[in-house]
Ligand binder design. Sequence first.
Ligand SMILES: C[S@@+](CC[C@H](N)C(=O)[O-])C[C@H]1O[C@@H](n2cnc3c(N)ncnc32)[C@H](O)[C@@H]1O
Length: 354
Amino acid sequence: MENLDQEKFHQFIGKMLGDLGGALSVATVRIGVRLGLFEVLHSGGPATAAELAARAGGLAERYVREWALAQAANGYVDYDPESGRFSLAPHQAMVFAIEDSPVYMTAAFDMVAALIEAEPKVEAAFRTGGGVRWGDSAGCLFCTTGAFFKPGYTHNIVQNWLPALDGMTERLAEGASIADVGCGVGFSTLLMARAFPQSRFVGFDFHEPSVAEARRHAQEHGLAERVRFEVAKAKEIAEREFDLVTTFDCLHDMGDPVGCAAHMRKILKDDGAWMIVEPLAGDRPEENLNPVGRMYYNASTMICVPTSLDQEVGAALGAQAGEARLAQALHEGGFSDVRRVAEGAFNMVLQARN
Ligand SMILES: C[S@@+](CC[C@H](N)C(=O)[O-])C[C@H]1O[C@@H](n2cnc3c(N)ncnc32)[C@H](O)[C@@H]1O
């Protein structure tokens, strides 16, 4: 090739090798998580493949050896050639073994698998311009989504995001009424409910299997008395007089975000607030051509845009809509006071009030 810039070429091929290695690690990481290999390596300390296979309950050593070498090549575990032992350093354990760490990321690998499963339906939608119903695209995209967002929510909702709203934590501590709209499997609702025992919570979602799962979680955590989960489209919620409405990573998935905003105004008390948690993004696409935007644009192609296009209006804001576009939808829905009150590595938090 005449015009080939050799340096750029080598850099690009190097990047592609890294990307493909990451893609190829999806299956082995998922197997390792399901078989408890990361967990026993973390809890039991350095191990040879044979020791690891035994520790994990008598797995086949030959498979475990290949798996462990694959993870060492991934950089996801360390390998000591002297002893032939594998180990997990603290930073690796936080991602692969410690479930309550803020960066426990194994669900992201499940999400990649779900996106691959969704391929035929989304590909067909490219031709028609139609949508793909949430819950239809892959076997358990909805539970994977819940697990994917959980570490970020566990470490932010109560600690950082609710306190960023005007006077809301005091109100919740005294006893308030909260609607978590588009609640999915309910982790966000339950986290808030556990932190504010005087308040009452209702999670709404239009996807029945998610609501069933959320109810199961509420029972499991002994919170079913104060937390209800109901099947409802955001625009059709009949209950009223909420002090706080929350939407976590779902407004951009809705077909009609403006209609949703108008309805959220109706279900809130006059002095209530809506907390809108959305993916972090700049307003211009070129601001999002970075690792976070890369993740979101890919997921949005496969999940968010098809979900919205399946619904009335089909605004398809996409996961990288950005603050200006989101605020416009909130203003069009009738909210006069909209502002960004917080942000994290992956999310921005907007507050909308009358
Ligand atoms: C990306 S998931 C986020 C779920 C949950 N909030 C979380 O953060 O784990 C988007 C959720 O929005 C729900 N959803 C999408 N459109 C909806 C609508 N119009 N009304 C109610 N729920 C909707 C989906 O069923 C799904 O649970």
